[in-house]
Design a protein around this ligand. Structure first.
Ligand SMILES: [Zn+2]
Length: 108
């Protein structure tokens, strides 16, 4: 098992925590918009906000998962097959908790 150097994981952790905070802020703003609009019956906008909220929620869950794996010292290991996740993939997508191969399987 390859462990990421502590210096690197601390950087990733900070990055993910910042991203999490930003998402929380977006979520709050979205909720505030919803409340401001009150009972404006705009179906399209309502749907769009719902899609946005779902997307944010998904990202929040994924980042939390990655942070948990960081804490457990399992960061960078695919939670599905146990193989190392490609570092190129992690560079682009630091919250990834499954490898490229499993992600592709998932989409099928
Ligand atoms: Zn995998």
């Amino acid at each position: 098992m390859i462990n990421f150097p502590r210096k690197l994981t601390v950087g990733i952790q900070r990055f993910l925590e910042r991203k999490l905070m930003e998402l929380k802020r977006n979520e709050k703003e979205l909720k505030a918009t919803k409340e401001r609009e009150g009972d404006v019956d705009d179906q399209v906008e309502h749907f769009e906000n719902q899609v946005k909220a779902n997307f944010i929620q998904k990202q929040v869950v994924q980042i939390r998962k990655a942070l948990t794996r960081l804490r457990l010292g399992k960061y960078g290991i695919c939670e599905n097959c146990g193989q190392m996740i490609d570092t190129d993939r992690l560079a682009i997508n630091p919250e990834a908790t499954i490898c490229m191969k499993c992600a592709q399987e998932d989409e099928k």
